[in-house]
Design a protein around this ligand. Sequence first.
Ligand SMILES: Cc1ncc(COP(=O)(O)O)c(C=O)c1O
Length: 446
Amino acid sequence: MTLLEHLKQYTQTTLPMHMPGGKRRFASELPYKWDVTEVEGTDDLHDPHGILSEMQSRAASLWGAEQSFVLVNGSTGGILSAVRATGDGAVLMGRNCHKSVYNAVSLCRREAFYLLPVEGEILPAHVEKALTDNKSITTLVITSPTYEGVVSDVKSISEICRARGVTLIVDEAHGAHLGFAFGESAVTLGADIVIQSLHKTLPALTQTAILHCKKAFAPAIARENAVFESSSPSYILMASADECFAFLASEAGKKAMEDYKNNLLAVREKLKTNLKHFRLLETPRYDIGKLVILTRGTDRTGKDLADALRRDYKIETEMALPHSLTAMTSVCDTEKELNAFADAILTLDKQASLTASCSLPPPSLPKKVCEPFALRGKEGAPCPMENAIGKVSLSYLWAYPPGIPLLVPGERVDDTAVEIAAAYQRAGIPLHFIGTKGEASCLEIL
Ligand SMILES: Cc1ncc(COP(=O)(O)O)c(C=O)c1O
């Protein structure tokens, strides 16, 4: 079967509670016949002076940014550009950052300091302390909202950064919709550089993204985009981004976003009132667009729910973990789709029962021996986790949740890391060993 044949089958039967935000419903006449290249009149994304420059200006005014760059390589490309555009000093980063941030910091051979999030949130007091303790830090990178929709206090964090001359990059890959009937974007909360995936939460084709920045960073960002982005950016993707901007700016788009918000609030209320066993994730600051169902303390895993939704309701969700299920919604979901998801969850909730839940040790930061980039090209040996105590890891060891690496290359494996890994495994939380030579359950050690 070809991929296209598979897609035809899949899309006929399934309700997508996952990205992309267009949900296969957004009315658009893209693609093949509009697939062009840089010719007279179509401008050049890497040196825009015409129609693409106008498109980017429209985007900047929509988000209230000083300058905006349309990206066709996802937030991944924008994050690489942002980290490389902000110099050589040390980087303070949320330990829960996306792998593109780890890769960017390593590629740029920058020293890394980490902040442990508290239930997904990076706390201003922790930022303040880290910047006081480590004067070599020139850049802070945080993720807000997280994959689960947890938002940090970007305003306070940006004030702390500004007072110390530290550049604040916010990975807002999951928050392109913020500012449009939903909360406030980091762009207007004082961040210097903000990267958003249009395709995750808005109607726009996969890989479309946008980087907003203060004017002072624009020349460096343009230079780095030329390094990290294709020299043939897709006009289909750029047109899709522009269609999304036009939608957000239109009266119909504004009304659709308001309706979407109200529908979400109603569905959240329905879930909160009627759930007897599962819970809906809500934190002091969160994005209501993510419907995260917590199953801890019940006899169901997130994967049980995802499987049941797929099998019995033809609903496909975004992320299933041992104790949670994440559904991604967008303005392209109407009352009908949101209620279909909520009603299915409420039925599954009735079938679940409560069980004793085990508590997990909090994540910790192992001792760093060297930066990940210093290990490039080093040959290692596979080693089971429990035999690796005292050795330096060449692998990332990731646990989802909480999406925080237990080990980063260059860190020494200690008793605590082994204990936490064992506790996660006992709780059914999968561990991902990244960077090992095909050994699914082994660290690679120096
Ligand atoms: C927090 C976060 N940042 C960045 C990215 C990368 O975004 P993109 O897929 O648009 O490259 C992702 C992707 O899932 C993400 O979850």
